[in-house]
Ligand binder design. Structure first.
Ligand code: UT7
Length: 329
């Protein structure tokens, strides 16, 4: 009897999309100053590394951004959209309470019948979604998946709170993940600690036709910062150990793009050369679940990440959630 070939998943194409309205720190500071809110390019760059973010027009939704990122990933993979049998969208800013943004992306791509659902793990969402798709491919439930991170965080920002509104932006990134006899994805680890729900949340909800509670983002930045730097290098090491690799095998590190100081500290703890850190937070701001696939696509298209390179993705965010995925591109 011949052995059944091992089944893995690998990324065969990446894509991303940013809404065209690029807003610099100076432009944002001027808009906020009109409402008596004081901030500056200097403070934002020094504390976060952010210089620009993109804001979607009011009629543009997460599924619009996600569908465009998906089209670009499908083109990069030279993949017929009809071959897709799974769509997962990681988002905390879906178009509606339900149905999922994934169903709307499916409709916008003109493909019908395949499984489609959202994953909600805030800024760790893409790592969570990729892990779900990888598991479904490995178990034979899917063969060709679109995994998308898409957000319009501008919709949930409190523009009277300078401690949060300067940090976030809108955008989407996507990958086509395909069944393969060789990996691909080498290892993943996911975590959550619900004791920290309150340090990063949008506490409002819809009930009886009304919004109950505050529907805008709240964050205890220093508390999130502290937790993020405490978990990111350990989860990366744990994934490396599971995959039988070491820090020296990492060609590129793509952490969630929230704050350059957190990202640099993680790279340093992993003893990685600074140039192995992929940085887009300066141009994109924090786009939550979209930040990692946006950075991945940016690095692939700019020629940094090449076929065969080993890449570590790391998500961290509200929940508190965190996780990492190691893959050979
Ligand atoms: O996406 C999920 C993951 N999220 C993150 O990883 C975010 C983690 N946290 C952070 O990145 C940082 O904590 C922040 C960037 C949010 C804040 O930086 P910080 O160095 O922790 O500053 P802070 O909150 O301790 O505030 C320092 C000072 C305060 O003034 P006082 O009290 O020292 O007088 C703030 O009021 O900076 C002030 N401040 C600002 N000043 C100008 C806060 N926001 C602003 C602002 N412009 N936009």
């Amino acid at each position: 009897m011949s052995a059944v070939p091992a089944r893995f998943s690998r990324i065969v194409g990446t894509g991303s999309f940013l809404p065209p309205d690029q807003v610099s720190n100076a432009q944002l500071a001027a808009r906020l100053a009109a409402d008596g809110i004081e901030t500056s390019d200097e403070w934002i760059v020094e504390r976060t590394g952010i210089r620009f973010r993109h804001f979607a027009e009011s009629h543009v939704t997460s599924s619009d951004l996600g569908a465009e990122a998906a089209r670009r990933a499908l083109a990069a993979a030279d993949c017929d959209p009809q071959a897709i049998d799974l769509i997962i969208v990681a988002t905390s800013t879906p178009d509606m309470v339900f149905p999922s943004a994934a169903c709307m992306v499916q409709e916008k791509l003109g493909i019908h019948g395949c499984a489609a659902f959202d994953v909600q793990a805030v800024c760790s969402g893409f790592v969570y979604a990729l892990s779900v798709a990888d598991s479904m491919i490995k178990t034979g439930l899917a063969s060709k998946a679109l995994v998308i991170g898409a957000e319009v965080f501008s919709r949930i920002l409190d523009f009277s709170d300078r401690t949060t509104c300067v940090l976030f932006g809108d955008g989407a990134g996507a990958v086509v993940l395909e069944a393969s006899e060789a990996p691909g994805i080498l290892g993943t680890e996911l975590h959550a600690d619900g004791r920290h729900v309150g340090i990063l949340c949008v506490p409002g909800t819809v009930s009886g036709g009304k919004v109950l509670g505050d529907p805008l983002l709240k964050m205890d930045g220093p508390a999130v910062f502290k937790l993020a730097v405490s978990v990111l290098d350990s989860v990366a090491r744990s994934v490396l150990a599971k995959a039988g690799r070491t820090e020296a095998d990492i060609d590129w590190l793509i952490p969630h793009q929230a704050n350059i100081r957190i990202m640099q500290s993680t790279a340093k703890k992993l003893k990685l050369a600074p140039e192995k850190l992929i940085v887009t937070v300066d141009r994109h701001g924090n786009t939550s679940a979209a930040s990692i696939p946006l950075a991945l696509d940016d690095a692939v298209r700019s020629g940094k990440i090449k076929r065969g390179d080993t890449v570590m993705l790391e998500g961290v965010g509200g929940g508190f959630t965190w996780g990492a995925t190691l893959f050979d591109f």
